[in-house]
Write a protein that binds this ligand. Sequence first.
Ligand code: UDX
Length: 439
Amino acid sequence: MGYVGLCTAAAFASRGIRTIGIDIDEGRGEQIHRGKAPLHEPQLNTMRKNAVKKKLLDATSEISVAANTNTTFLTVGTPSQPDGSIDLSHIKNATEDLGNALSDKSGYHLVVVKSTVVPGTTNGTVKRFLEQSSRKTIGSELGLCSNPEFLKEGTAIDDALHPDKIVIGSNDKRSASELTKLYRRFYGSKLPPVIMTSPEAAELVKYASNAFLATKVSFINTIANIAEQIPGVDVGTIAEAIGLDPRIGPQFLKAGPGYGGSCFHKDFQALINYSQNKNYDPLLFRATEETNEQQASRVVVLAEKLLGSLSSKRVAVLGLSFKKDTDDIREAASIRVINHLKKKGAQVVAYDPMAIPNTKKKLLDQIDCAENAHSALKGADCAIIMTEWNQIRKLKAKDFQAYMKNPNIVDARRIYNPEEFSGLNYLSIGLGPSTGTKY
Ligand code: UDX
């Protein structure tokens, strides 16, 4: 009942399909059942509440109930090991527990791997653990599919209700057709395109999807860093123009401080490690990751351009979460930027509408946190915009002027109109020096 599990369960239940969420954490089940969704995601809590009320969604820590269902989705996390390779311990434990629960079941049961796993995991680790612990064989008594998800934080429910595709990887016709039947029930006449393939290909689709998106971000950040050197050039115009080419497309071309979040970096590391173990070094993906890592120092270079040395300077970091509308700071660019600032001797004060508790947990007392944007700006020598929150976007040039000691602004998310900030010391990722000509 983590992010993917809870959103998937709530979405199934919202379409009238009786769903039980299972988690080893007893408190979580209780919370889902009686309290509030244990994570922040638009629409999730209302959906959860309605489904619980209609008795379509239940939650428990008792895995034996899985035997009373037709289908079980494995949605446990797949974190990184210290060397970047995938940690399958949650997959192993959950599969073993599920197999034990299914050992006395008499009818057919379908097991679906939704967690992001490297190619070969469904047919390898999952199949082995499931067959051993259930003492059944995949095929006649048990079905097994890989069925990756593509949910984005902040729009996960919408993504679950309107996916652009469903990918089903299976070895046998029965498990593929059982899962398709379930999705037909879910989507009715609006069933999205279904890609039928092998489990290994389905597993790789998920990595390829994240790798492509992340590479698009590192690509536009590279163009942004070049654009910054050229008078009169703004990467926004370049992105707009190339995005009109349908072969390129407009999305994921927003230059910024680098991608963050729980998936891109983790999945890249797992894919790179997997690939290297197969004796292929995916050079492009290593470059994507390195470009992303370096992008944080580019943000700090802009601050140095404005301030010279950062030693003892008060720097206000506005926005901490890896994107807007979430309290998630996992792999957030803000943390990388703050670490660089601290190394350079800056005194950091940060503000975020939601992510301060998580940041305090991670950085402890390394930074000061402000209650609102204005108090973060008070007396600051420089402000760095790290997340595109609407309330940060709404700040005007006069707010920076009124509160800051020196109005030096680094817009790492490119949320302000440079013309409105022309009276201040304003630098933005991907914005070349002004030529004075208006286009
Ligand atoms: C991602 C994938 O989009 C999703 O399909 C997968 O299931 C999980 O990982 P998520 O981590 O929620 O989803 O975030 P996403 O919206 O994709 O953004 C990832 C990062 O890239 C954010 O830090 C965002 O700010 C950054 N980004 C995105 C850019 O810097 N520029 C862009 O144009 C788009």
